[in-house]
Design a protein around this ligand. Structure first.
Ligand SMILES: Nc1nc2c(c(=O)[nH]1)N[C@H]1C(S)=C(S)[C@@H](COP(=O)(O)OP(=O)(O)OC[C@H]3O[C@@H](n4cnc5c(N)ncnc54)[C@H](O)[C@@H]3O)O[C@H]1N2
Ligand code: MOO
Length: 426
């Protein structure tokens, strides 16, 4: 099944108190996301603020690092061939003509029979090609006895040993690690072009919702979705802004969505997506822009939807907290990550393990089944209601049953996506 027609102000289908006419297959929604979602532009950011950001350009070293030959040990710089026969019993004798220190230019030239006291990191003085470690020497006034033959070039770090000039040190798309900031410092980067982070508006709706942090009274529910979504967005490199929770007031919700679409790259709306008389969101999105998808062959999160207001993507997340998480995992997360230049893939670690008992599903739709991993086996959780968010805290991860299957038999090898964060790589 392909993507059904786009609903606009003129053509919109209002499923309120009618039900869904048609449900789009998950793979078709993902194909639409790949087609319509573009990486955001790059912006210049001070190097020290770039850890965890996505590099927007290839970085090459303009000059070698280090830009000079340097001592790798504390000791004496000299011409190595002159130590050829040195032993404890037959030391080679050198005259110390000065000192070399890091960060200071040493203007002396080391001639035959001469040496310069040097410390680690100092530029090797002219004439010298080798450093003898201080442990292999004895000092007597201006004279230095070298007690060990030291091969030419020993204990010298060569120009470009860390990074050769013109090397690509980091490629575009890299999620910058702390040590990358060190390498960028080395090649002279002060400001770095990184991909702009997706700005994500989170609008929870529902008369029953109160802001988290208070115990709800009768008929009330604490807003569980805003906090969960905020953390998911941060994990995926986006910048969340919490707008709700909003009451089921159509005009107010419409105004907030229109406002959010002006500044956000993605608007996530939780609740009000389904077929009840108070489920205004699909109609509002169709009025303000286009509602491309409403109703997905996915359980939970069947009422999920996807649309656009101008260039801003709008994702309809069903209000039931597990459905909200599922719709984020399948649709919103990929959008946030793609906009930010990150891989679309789940940031969860996959593991292939056998099922302890059958996992039942219905062919024709994708199932997002919460599971526990116990003694190397996958145990489907009995509580599958989409309103039971604690099923996801009890679960170690989830198994996706594709739409062409009606489940898996016991002992089938399945992929579990572990909720523990998979360290992102770039
Ligand atoms: N006739 C039909 N009714 C429903 C269908 C359907 O296909 N036909 N789908 C059901 C499914 S599946 C879901 S999921 C829900 C989704 O409905 P909405 O997106 O409109 O969500 P609400 O009705 O606003 O809320 C559902 C449920 O979740 C609670 N909720 C909402 N927001 C939050 C939040 N931020 N934090 C915690 N809990 C929240 C809300 O109190 C409700 O209990 O529709 C079914 N109906
Ligand atoms: O799909 Mo609803 O999203 O089952 O709770």
């Amino acid at each position: 099944m392909g993507v059904p027609e786009t609903f606009t102000r003129e053509t919109r289908h209002d499923p309120r108190m009618q039900g869904f006419r048609d449900r789009t297959q998950v793979e078709d929604v993902l194909a639409l996301i790949s087609r319509r979602i573009e990486r955001l532009d790059v912006e210049p950011v001070a190097l020290r603020n770039t850890a965890g950001r996505v590099l927007g350009e290839e970085i090459r070293a303009g000059a070698p690092v280090p830009a000079f030959d340097r001592a790798a040990m504390d000791g004496y710089a000299l011409q190595g061939h002159e130590t050829k026969d040195a032993t404890v019993r037959t030391p080679a004798l050198f005259h110390c003509i000065g000192e070399a220190r890091p960060g200071h230019l040493c203007n002396l030239t080391v001639g035959p029979g001469e040496t310069i006291q040097i410390t680690t990191g100092s530029a090797l003085p002219r004439g010298a090609d080798t450093v003898v470690r201080v442990e292999s020497t004895q000092r007597e006034g201006p004279m230095v006895r070298v007690l060990e033959a030291t091969a030419v070039g020993r204990h010298v770090g060569r120009i470009g040993e860390d990074i050769e000039a013109e090397t690509v040190v980091l490629s575009a798309g890299r999620v910058l690690r702390p040590q990358d900031l060190g390498v960028l410092s080395a090649v002279g980067a002060g400001t770095v072009a990184v991909v702009r982070q997706s700005r994500v508006a989170v609008i929870s709706t529902g008369d029953e919702l109160i802001t988290a942090g208070h115990l709800p009274s009768a008929y009330q529910i604490a807003d569980m979705n805003s906090g969960m979504l905020e953390a998911l967005i941060v994990r995926d490199g986006g910048v969340p802004r919490i707008v709700g929770p909003l009451p089921d007031d159509r005009d107010r919700i419409r105004a907030e969505i229109a406002e959010a679409a002006r500044w956000a790259d993605v608007v996530l709306i939780s609740g009000g997506t389904s077929t009840g008389p108070e489920d205004h969101i699909p109609g509002i999105v169709a009025e303000l822009g286009e509602l491309v998808i409403h109703g997905v062959a996915l359980r939970p999160a069947g009422p999920a939807g996807l649309g656009f207001i101008g260039r801003t993507a709008v994702v309809l997340l069903p209000g039931n907290p597990v459905s909200c998480l599922c719709a984020y995992d399948f649709f919103a997360g990929p959008i946030v990550r793609l906009q930010g230049g990150r891989p679309r893939n789940w940031p969860y670690r996959p593991m292939s393990l056998p099922l302890s008992r059958p996992l039942v599903s219905i062919a024709g739709r994708v199932d997002y089944a919460r599971v526990k991993v116990e003694q190397g086996q996958v145990e489907p959780l009995a509580t599958s209601g989409a309103s039971i968010l604690s099923s996801t805290t009890r679960a170690d991860g989830f198994v996706v049953v594709p739409s062409e299957l009606d489940g898996y038999p016991a002992n089938a090898l399945v992929t579990v996506w572990l909720y523990d964060l998979f360290p992102p790589s770039g």
